[in-house]
Design a protein around this ligand. Structure first.
Ligand code: NAD
Length: 392
């Protein structure tokens, strides 16, 4: 085991203090770092402070953080002199008031819905990195918190679907006869959709999937599921989906509706970044489903892929349960936090130069793309436009 002298530690990270807050948003059980990652950070010489009970919701008690070399602190003590603050959810305006100038905050920022907080960070000259802005390039894969949390969400969606379904998912051959496997349909085969497909397959269901990006077909088939084909390719720049034309939408709707009608569980994950989620399942289509069928709408928080979805609620209509979960990754908080913490650990490595000093030159492609606010300026153009529009 490598034992570092105090001098080496001080040199390696130059007195950087990392503070990890307890999350206060409703439904939030995750924490931004876990003891395994704290151990690596403290071994590298960082001082790590954890807010009291920050990991409790994800089943990481304070004593595990202490054993990994962290200090437990109350909110004020935690932030006093902190160089870097790690969070899952965006800070509130009240949180920002407690941050000193030049403090670096890293987490999901959801800037479009938190403009006043962004403006306050600008005014207080706080630096904020938004993990959702990390570019999806190969070098950034280990920092891709959108993907790690979508993985958690996709898994949880499949389990939620199975839990709400009155049928077995696998085929069963028993003394009481043979049971046919359930049919699960996944709409949107991005990161969450592919994990939902893999989970439903492992549970033994027959799985079908659809995505407007034709490239998703190969990934769907490699998981042993059937890909529903439509003569449309709506992949655009960066691998994301473009919006369909009105004619394409009708064709898509008919094919999707037929698949929805025969499914026992439908999991929808379709979204277009920065826009309201597209409606894929209309009220009329729900009426064609058989009683006991379940829809789990992962896009519930961004408007829903089903017309009947209500965010945070389960709606029953025609005997069909339409589940609109909020913050699904938080339902698997233990592992979602572990993955998120590893993403942050990887991101942190970009902020420290070879001599162990904190860099304030955010020229690295990943840092530059994810920099939301710095030195009194909003650096993300779409957010800046919204802030100017709202005169904040
Ligand atoms: P997302 O959450 O933005 O959307 C989910 C899925 O919904 C996408 O696959 C999208 O094509 C699909 N969708 C949108 N409108 C639809 C519609 N009307 N009907 C059916 N499906 C619809 O997606 P994501 O999981 O963030 O992934 C987006 C893309 O980024 C994918 O191509 C993914 O492979 C890619 N990606 C790349 C990297 C990387 O290279 N590092 C990492 C993660 C994801």
């Amino acid at each position: 085991m490598e034992i570092m002298s105090t001098a080496t530690i001080a040199h390696k990270t130059n007195g950087i203090v990392i503070a990890v807050v307890k999350e206060h948003a409703p439904c939030e059980q995750r924490v931004a770092t876990v003891p395994e990652v704290v151990r690596k950070l403290t071994t590298s010489g960082y001082e790590v402070r954890i807010e009291h009970d920050a990991g409790a919701g994800a089943f990481y008690p304070d004593d595990l953080y202490v054993a990994a070399g962290a200090k437990i602190a109350g909110r004020a003590e935690l932030l006093d002199g902190a160089t870097i603050v790690l969070c899952v959810q965006p800070p509130t305006t009240a949180d920002v008031e407690m941050l000193a100038e030049s403090t670096i905050v890293i987490g999901f920022m959801n800037a479009a819905n938190n403009l006043s907080t962004v403006a306050r960070m600008r005014d207080r000259k706080v630096t904020a990195f938004a993990l959702e802005l990390v570019p999806r390039i190969t070098r950034a894969q280990s920092m891709d918190a959108l993907s790690s949390q979508a993985t958690a969400g996709g898994y949880a969606a499949a389990i939620l679907g199975a839990y709400n379904c009155p049928k077995f998912l696998p085929m069963l051959t028993t003394a009481a006869g043979t049971i046919r496997p359930a049919t699960v349909l996944i709409l949107g085969a991005g990161v969450a959709g592919l994990t939902a497909i893999a989970t439903a397959k492992r549970l033994g269901a027959m799985v079908e999937a659809y995505d407007v990006r034709r490239a998703a077909g190969e990934q769907v088939r490699s998981l042993g599921a059937k890909f529903l084909e439509l003569e449309i390719n709506a992949e655009s720049e960066g691998g994301y989906a473009r919006e369909l034309t009105p004619e394409e939408k009708v064709e898509e709707q008919q094919m999707v509706s037929a698949a929805v009608a025969r499914a026992d569980i439908v999991i929808t994950t379709a979204s277009i970044p920065g826009r309201k989620a597209p409606v894929l399942i209309t009220r009329e289509t729900v009426a064609t489903m058989h009683p006991g069928a379940v829809i789990v709408d992962l896009a519930a928080e961004s408007g829903g892929n089903c017309e009947l979805t209500q965010s945070g609620k389960t709606v029953k209509e025609h005997g069909v349960a339409v589940v609109g979960p909020q913050n699904l990754p938080a339902r698997v908080a233990f592992h979602a936090s572990q993955m998120y913490a590893r993403n942050l650990q990887s991101f942190l490595s970009l902020l420290v130069n070879e001599g162990g000093a904190l860099t304030r030159e955010f020229t690295d492609e990943i840092l530059a793309a994810s920099l939301l606010v710095n030195a009194g300026e909003v650096r993300h153009q779409p957010t800046l436009d919204l802030i100017k529009g709202g005169r904040l």
